[in-house]
Write a protein that binds this ligand. Structure first.
Ligand code: HEC
Length: 213
């Protein structure tokens, strides 16, 4: 078998496959086997509760009608629903949720993604995304206020001139100050992204403030 070029390449191919399987499947499983997968309820933290309560204050009628009270339980419910909408609307066609340690991505979006961040129920399956027409969203939480998001989803160019992002009028009961259940859920989900980091909310200019040393 080693006499021919084809034979050598064949063996090498199998070797590389085995190596890839080892590094991409076996090693991660061994690394995280003792780290339990967090359920959504455990992902509710003080940062996302702040945003959730802010939604209840800004849109009291809509919030009461579609959600009820801004409890942790309802917050978990909307995070779950928001993620389903994120998938259903195909947001991941244009947005990634993975900051790579290359091309100064951390300068633009914040800390490089750590695999332990994906060890929870809202990351099944992980929305890495396929391309980046828009920015990475994994540190989006806290970057903009809730009403910015509402206006942006209602009609992106109003707050982001020349934006190619589609408008999502079906997240609203008519106007941007009337988000419906979908609108409230997607905003909650987007505000949750990155809320688990100590650097939240992430802005490059805030780096010095957040630095511990
Ligand atoms: C056709 C591609 C496309 C789709 C689909 C899309 N977006 Fe966007 N999105 C963009 C682009 C481009 C920008 C940057 C310009 C802007 O702010 O509108 C953006 C910006 C954003 C921002 C603001 C980012 C920031 O901090 O500046 C958020 C949040 C966002 N998108 C969420 C979503 C969500 C949620 C969905 C699905 C409901 C979605 N996008 C669907 C292209 C897209």
């Amino acid at each position: 078998m080693f006499e021919t070029k084809g034979g050598v390449l064949f063996i090498a191919g199998l070797g590389f496959f085995a190596l890839a399987f080892l590094s991409n499947a076996v090693v991660p499983v061994l690394m995280y086997k003792d780290l339990p997968e967090q359920p959504v309820e455990e992902l509710v933290n003080s940062r996302i509760m702040y945003q959730f309560e802010d939604l209840a204050r800004r849109y009291p009628e809509q919030f009461k009608k579609y959600v009820g009270d801004p409890t942790e339980e309802n917050c978990a419910k909307l995070m779950r629903l928001g993620r389903q909408i994120y998938i259903g609307e195909g947001c991941w066609h244009c947005h990634s949720q993975f900051i790579r340690p290359v091309s100064n991505e951390s300068k633009r979006w914040g800390p490089v993604a750590d695999s332990s961040e994906y060890q929870n129920a809202l990351q099944r399956p992980v929305m890495f995304g396929t391309r980046r027409v828009g920015p990475d969203l994994s540190r989006e939480g806290g970057r903009h206020a809730n009403d910015w998001h509402a206006v942006h989803f209602f009609n992106p160019p109003v707050v982001s001139p020349d934006s190619p992002m589609p408008a999502y009028p079906w997240f609203f009961d008519g106007s941007p100050d009337k988000p419906n259940l979908r609108g409230l859920a997607i905003i909650t989900y987007v505000q949750w992204l990155g809320s688990w980091l100590k650097e939240y909310p992430y802005y490059e200019q805030w780096e010095d403030i957040n630095r511990e040393d």
